[in-house]
Design a protein around this ligand. Sequence first.
Ligand code: GTP
Length: 601
Amino acid sequence: TPPESIRNFCIIAHIDHGKSTLADRMLQITGVVADRDMRAQYLDRMDIERERGITIKSQAVRMPWAVTDEAGVEHTFALNMIDTPGHVDFTYEVSRSLAACEGAILLVDAAQGIEAQTLANLYLALENDLQIIPVLNKIDLPAADPDKFAAELAGLIGGEPEDVLRVSGKTGMGVEALLDRLVETIPAPVGDADAPARAMIFDSVYDAYRGVVTYVRMVDGKLEPRQRIQMMSTRATHELLEIGVSSPEPIPTKGLGVGEVGYLITGVKDVRQSKVGDTITDQRKPAADPLPGYTDPKPMVFSGIYPIDGSDYADLREALDKLKLSDASLQYEPETSVALGFGFRCGFLGLLHLEIITERLTREFGLDLITTAPSVTYDVVTDTGETVSVTNPSEYPDGRVAEVSEPVVKVGILLPKDYVGTVMELCQARRGSLLGMDYLSEDRVELRYNMPLGEIVFDFFDHLKSKTQGYASLDYEPAGSQTADLVKVDILLQGEKVDAFSSIVHREKAYSYGTMMTERLRKLIPRQQFEVPIQAAIGARIIARENIRAIRKDVLAKCYGGDISRKRKLLEKQKEGKKRMKMVGRVEVPQEAFIAALSGD
Ligand code: GTP
């Protein structure tokens, strides 16, 4: 297809504003999916995506769309729709998908208005110089207020409220007009057809049958089957086994040229060999410079993952190895814990990413797991001037700390104005510093804060939702790091550290963390033959203490003089119970107690 007849676009929207539904309708109206094959959320392949109604991996689809010019001549265009993930954890993937387009549909629910992710994605789209097409969705809803939100949208991006299109992804109303508008306003791609090939990878998906399927946007030159290609970040070369377009099923082609969007297969088995953001070139005639913008995704949130049954350790390792094939951003390394045994320290892009991975491990691999409280990376400068990165609080270099810095994020919160006071209090309590506040309309406000990421990973979102009856939405992006007065709080049972409960917190919050955990454990740990002190400590200084009183547990006394088989049964039963006990020093703790204490139940 010549570049003049190509339009590359994506849909950016807040979660639940109907992106997938609109995409489905476009597939149907352009005829690439027959009505009888249509099922809801055609493009969301993963079960977990479908169940939660969220899109995790982006994909591209090519759709033909014919428009008639003034002279009555029909022209057929190739519309490439690039689906982008909507969640903050996946901002890097969103930005790569946007870089593959010339235009974006800014989709807003006509009953909800602009939300935090609408704004975050809009800013990314503007940074990529995309032509923005504002669209209100769900106008079939009785609660829709398109006039009000058309004004809000026009105010946000400039332009007139009348230019805001109104559609319903559900009924299909307005969708044809939207397709016409895409052709009319989005610029055709430009590139040098004679230059050495350059293709940008905007997605890489693991397929059990075909190996890694790489989605690319051609910028310059051409790629053809059987050619040897080179990844510019690693210099690795591969043979191009297949190249084609998705419509939405894969259709092999004789090649892809300037401005085209499609997939390619090289036989690699691991998405790390075909990284999002990397540039592909021709090995024999390589381009001088890669396309801009490549960075390795960096994990922001860390958590220990342990099998509840220690004998599942090998299965857990195997499951993580498998997930890694399809998720280049997942990181893990073995770790041992006194309380939890053998497991892995895993790094995630954010909290949703963590949740998705643990849920897949549980569901797809049938593993029973326990995860420790999420933590961020702290950079600690020790008294000898050495800098160490700490992702596991139990590795904090106690007593040798000269300075600690913690990651900071820029947070955007959108909320109805009535909740501004409550939310400001919450942000202040989480050590936020206000950057600014804007009215988007009469009753909707955007609050901007700088906040430590460590304060957000610890149930901030739940608190925000409950304090605003679910009306607030949140987005954040990395904003460097800052030094802070942080300390490590340890929890000790009879003087022995329980590593899984160590936490790095702000000095002012150390006491409340200590009392919360010691109280929680006192209620959960059964009495022993001796008294067990539970303490919270900063270094050698005890900041909180509880006691579990001793009992005399002489089970055999009960059977004194009784028959021997009953006695044996009782002993066996005790042994059984002991298997699921963990020893912390001399103290026996049922594993359930650890699980309950970690999950806060
Ligand atoms: P992500 O892909 O996770 O970002 O979500 P999404 O934006 O794709 O939302 P999705 O298409 O899953 O739609 C969210 C909800 O809104 C679903 O329950 C849809 O049925 C509903 N919905 C979507 N479009 C319309 C519409 O035009 N009218 C009505 N009434 N409901 C809609």
